[in-house]
Design a protein around this ligand. Structure first.
Ligand code: 15L
Length: 271
């Protein structure tokens, strides 16, 4: 059985993945916050902004799902430390430890300034909508470098919004159900021919803004579609007063300086 490291394992996507991947892989979890591990999991508390910690957690694993870091728009200092320095440390530690494969959850916010009336694929020029989006573009660029220069295998998933149900009208286009997430992640771990790939992490949503043919080419067959939730969501959605957010795929990330994590509305952003 392969050993998979999940960084940032206490977050929302990490929690879905722990449940979905249990029994299929040996899960090594890491986070700077404490975590109660389940049977079959190991946990190492680590701060990925320190190279020594990154080296410790990446030693001896078969693949890494690098979720650790800021998951929304926020102050530059935090994003720099967690998403730029932290991402560099994890990729570089993987290289030094001989770990070939990394799955990186980049984000819809790497391309959030595309308009909602456009359909984009994995080849479009980046258009980040936030400092957070820029940090995800950094991860994509670093992945490309490490694939070309060091022969590492990089699976870049531009994730929409993971959850049991889409949250609002914008998320009807980018919703990613936990079981579709698990399917795409399994492809990222198991596919024999990954060099550097960009795919969109969304379900098979009728309202998608993405042409996800690269994921389909690699075998992805999403089982869910947000459309079954559309009438309920559209009926309760209030008209937006933010014309820029409304016109662009990234929504309020295009205008706000700080965005709360939708998975933790009471506590604010994740990190
Ligand atoms: C993201 O990239 C975030 O990680 C997630 O928390 C959501 O805000 C999501 O984008 C979104 O666009 O809804």
């Amino acid at each position: 059985m392969k050993t998979i490291l999940i960084t940032g394992a206490t977050g929302d996507v990490g929690s879905h993945l722990r449940r979905e991947l249990a029994g299929k892989y040996k899960l090594r979890l890491s986070d700077k916050r404490n975590l109660k591990k389940n049977k079959g999991e190991t946990f190492i508390r680590a701060d990925i902004s320190k190279m020594s910690d990154a080296l410790k957690i990446t030693r001896g694993v078969d693949a890494i799902i690098h979720l650790g870091g800021y998951s929304v728009e926020g102050p530059w200092e935090g994003i720099l430390k967690a998403n730029i320095v932290g991402c560099y440390n994890v990729f570089e530690a993987a290289r030094r430890n001989g770990v070939k494969r990394i799955l990186f959850p980049t984000s819809n916010h790497a391309v959030g300034f595309y308009r909602r009336n456009q359909t984009i694929d994995h080849r479009v020029y980046i258009k980040p909508d936030s400092r957070y989006g820029v940090s995800k573009v950094f991860g994509e660029a670093l992945g490309s470098l490490y694939a070309d220069k060091y022969g590492m295998q990089m699976f870049m998933m531009r994730i929409g919004n993971v959850g049991p149900k889409p949250l609002d009208k914008r998320r009807l286009s980018i919703w990613f159900s936990p079981r579709d997430l698990a399917q795409l992640v399994s492809i990222g771990i198991e596919h024999p021919d990954i060099k550097f790939e960009i795919v969109y992490g969304i379900s098979g949503n009728k309202r998608a803004w993405y042409d996800n043919s690269n994921a389909v080419r690699l075998g992805y067959r999403p089982e869910d579609d947000s459309e079954i939730h559309a009438s309920e969501i559209l009926a309760r959605e209030k008209p937006s007063t933010d014309a820029i957010a409304e016109a662009h795929q990234g929504g309020i990330f295009c205008t706000a300086e700080d965005v709360p994590n939708p998975a933790a509305p009471k506590k604010g952003r994740k990190k």
